[in-house]
Design a protein around this ligand. Structure first.
Ligand code: AMP
Ligand code: FE
Ligand code: FE
Ligand code: ZN
Length: 289
């Protein structure tokens, strides 16, 4: 099993990088990618754990981006960057900006919440190891600890939902700019869980072909089609796009640990030849194989 999308406590996962690797081994995963949001800080620990357990490790990042679709509305796009150079200054400073903006946004959300609930920012910071990428999951974990909501997922469907008055959006990189930075750092860019926000009643002809073709022209290497959140109509539409443009196609879990999300390690897998294409097209960092 080849699982190329998983989180640790360096962003919003529950496991340390070592625990992630141990859990991947137990789930029968033979090659794992660590893809924390907007950070490379978990790579070193994951690499040592994987080398002592004898599994393959592909270091990566899930980069937060925003795109303006041809129809003119802003959408959040997560870009998986595989094997970029972790010392590439342009990439690192872009990620640092996103992290700073996530911090400001989390503070603002907590300030709004604190008018109605006994929560403060210190409690949220306590949910995370120093230096981890902050997001709504850390706020959710503080709300769970305070017994304001029973689980992290309940927080996401209620007071942390995008339609909630406590919700604040963050600034992030433009998607095309992110693709450029990832490629320039020798990485391979695969769009994570494409079209998960597409309305359930959508028809094939409503899908944003021009938007995807624009990103492919900008250098997008692949699409994570096999992900539990991608609707089945979107999957078949995306597979046609993959064939037409000879893209890399991946399947992954997007595991966040127990109590993080329900996604299980190895629940989707990437074909070995697709992994090989990622390795062949990358030049920023050596994979552990
Ligand atoms: P944010 O990036 O701060 O807007 O928060 C969204 C992130 O929360 C996404 O990366 C999700 O993967 C993550 N997340 C973690 N646990 C959950 C959950 N139980 N429900 C929804 N999203 C979650
Ligand atoms: Fe996440
Ligand atoms: Fe994501
Ligand atoms: Zn993810």
């Amino acid at each position: 099993m080849i699982d190329l999308h998983a989180h640790t406590n360096h962003s919003d996962g529950k496991d340390t990088p070592t625990e992630l690797v141990e859990n991947a081994v137990a789930a029968g995963v033979s090659v794992l990618a660590i893809t924390d949001h907007d950070t490379v800080s978990g790579w070193d620990e994951a690499i040592s754990a994987a080398s002592s357990h004898g599994i393959g490790l592909i270091p990566g990042i899930e980069v937060s981006t925003r795109a303006l679709t041809p129809s003119g509305h802003g959408v959040s796009v997560h870009m998986l960057a595989y094997l970029p150079d972790p010392n590439n200054q342009d990439l690192i400073s872009a990620l640092d900006k996103t992290k700073a903006s996530r911090m400001i946004r989390a503070r603002e959300m907590v300030a709004r919440l604190s008018k109605d609930y006994p929560i403060d920012f210190e409690m949220v910071l306590q949910q995370l190891p120093e230096g981890s990428t902050i997001g709504r999951p850390a706020i959710a974990d503080a709300l769970v600890e305070l017994r304001i909501v029973p689980t992290r997922s309940d927080a996401f469907t209620s007071i942390l939902h995008r339609s909630s008055p406590y919700y604040v959006s963050e600034e992030s990189l433009d998607t095309v700019e992110a693709i450029r930075l990832i490629r320039q750092a020798g990485g391979v860019g695969v769009m994570a869980h494409p079209l998960i926000d597409f309305p359930p009643g959508a028809k094939r002809e409503d899908l944003p072909r021009a938007h995807f073709e624009h990103l492919i022209e900008a250098g997008l290497n692949g699409l994570e089609v096999d992900h539990r959140a991608v609707p089945s109509l979107a999957k078949s539409w995306l597979r046609d796009l993959v064939l037409k443009h000879n893209l890399i196609v991946t399947g992954s879990s997007d595991y966040h640990g127990v109590g993080g999300k329900d996604n299980k390690l190895g629940e989707n897998s990437t074909a070995p030849e697709m992994l090989q294409r990622i390795i062949d097209q990358a030049s920023g960092f050596e994979p552990l194989t």
